[in-house]
Ligand binder design. Structure first.
Ligand SMILES: [Zn+2]
Ligand SMILES: [Zn+2]
Length: 388
């Protein structure tokens, strides 16, 4: 039996309360007794049998997403086909290099790097690297995971398709199906990804001879490493060498400053056109709200609703929750901690979904440029929208 099979001390990410969590049975989770936050979850017994084939399938399907047609669009005898990389190429042509880089990173480069890492990790090649490289790649994996959005891009494609279907005939190519397969394998592999096991691969930590339970980590001078999650008394994490701070004294100020900046950027994101549709030399700029109203008038109720919720409601809801949580941290009212934990978790989960409209614009811009007949051009709203 190695150390990972014994119980370990885990501090709750939400309320800092330390619990001693035993080795979990398959399919079990450990919840914080104070706020019900998730402390640890066990994986399926047979997870390792699936992870390797899934990661390999994801990489093969991603490679097959490049050479063929992604979507074709035809109107009045003119046909326009795009491949997966055309969206970013068009963004570059329209002078939006930042958007182009962001799209390539979030839908291709980072998800592919994650799959390569998991492949090498499952084949035990990562473990052969020097410890510093092992730590570097494990940290990079979790950073890359936060910025990977292939499933949101796919949702953007579907929203765009419903919009385009009303304008012209649309056909779906081989690359679209390959990319959809890639997204499914990617999500499945990530669901099976066990953060604790990956870090235990680097080294085992989390055991203390003294029993720190029924108290907050901060009260016994312990802090959680923000990268690899272990509890430590030291300023530098003994496992991953990251700097460990008990509390960032400026956390609240930083959150409030970023929330205000986001709220300010929300204004131009909605006032400026997110894209301009040129049809027979008539330019029609459309803002997010304008687009929603137009779609509603054209009877595309589901698309109008999806864009309204993802691009208008979600940002307002997220900003309101951030204001509320900042107030809670400052004033510490005597309300149920559980409800705030849930609010935080939902906001964190929904965070990426506001990117849907940026992807929708990218796809429409790439797809619709039929000579002088019809063209979609990205507007300044898209620039602000992906910054807040
Ligand atoms: Zn808790
Ligand atoms: Zn660490």
């Amino acid at each position: 039996m190695n150390e990972s099979c014994e119980s370990r001390h885990i501090a709750c990410h939400h309320c800092d309360f330390i619990s001693r969590v035993p080795e979990l049975e398959p399919d079990h989770v450990a919840l914080c007794p104070i706020c019900d936050g998730l402390l640890a979850e066990s994986q399926h017994k047979d997870q390792h049998e699936y992870v390797l084939p899934m990661a390999i399938s994801a990489l093969i399907l991603l490679a097959l997403s490049f050479p063929f047609n992604f979507i074709s669009f035809s109107r009045q005898g003119l046909v326009q086909s795009i491949k997966l990389l055309d969206a970013t190429e068009m963004m570059l042509q329209y002078g939006q290099p930042f958007l182009a880089a962001l799209i390539n990173l979030t839908i291709i480069l980072l998800p592919a790097s994650i799959m390569v890492f998991i492949l090498l990790q499952q084949l035990r090649i990562i473990a052969l690297l020097p410890s510093s490289a092992h730590i570097f790649f494990t940290k990079a994996l979790f950073r890359a995971k936060d910025w990977s959005m292939p499933e949101i891009f796919l949702a953007g494609v579907l929203v765009s398709l419903v919009k385009i279907v009303s304008l012209a005939e649309v056909s779906i190519g081989m690359s679209f199906w390959s990319y959809t397969g890639f997204v499914l394998c990617f999500i499945f592999t990530l669901i099976k990804l066990d953060k604790t096991a990956l870090w235990d691969d680097v080294s085992h930590h989390g055991k203390f001879t003294q029993s720190y339970t029924s108290m907050r980590a901060i009260d016994v001078d312990l802090a959680v490493c923000s990268q690899c999650d272990i509890l430590t008394h030291q300023d530098q994490c003994p496992r991953c060498n990251s700097r460990v701070v008990v509390r960032d004294p400026l956390n609240l100020q930083k959150t409030i400053a970023l929330t205000i900046t986001a709220a300010l950027l929300y204004i131009p994101a909605n006032l400026y056109p997110i894209m301009t549709t040129v049809f027979l030399s008539n330019s029609e700029p459309s803002t997010i709200i304008g687009g929603v109203v137009l779609l509603w008038h054209h009877g595309s109720y589901p698309v109008a609703l999806v864009i309204f919720v993802a691009s208008v409601m979600l940002p307002i809801a997220k900003l309101s929750v951030l204001v509320l949580l900042s107030w809670v941290v400052k004033k510490r009212p005597d309300f149920s901690r559980r409800s705030f934990t849930v609010a935080y978790e939902i906001t964190e989960f929904l965070g990426k979904w506001s990117m849907v409209d940026v992807f929708v614009v990218a796809i429409l811009v790439a797809l619709i440029h039929l000579g002088g007949i019809m063209e979609v051009i990205p507007g300044p709203g898209a620039f602000f929208s992906q910054r807040w």
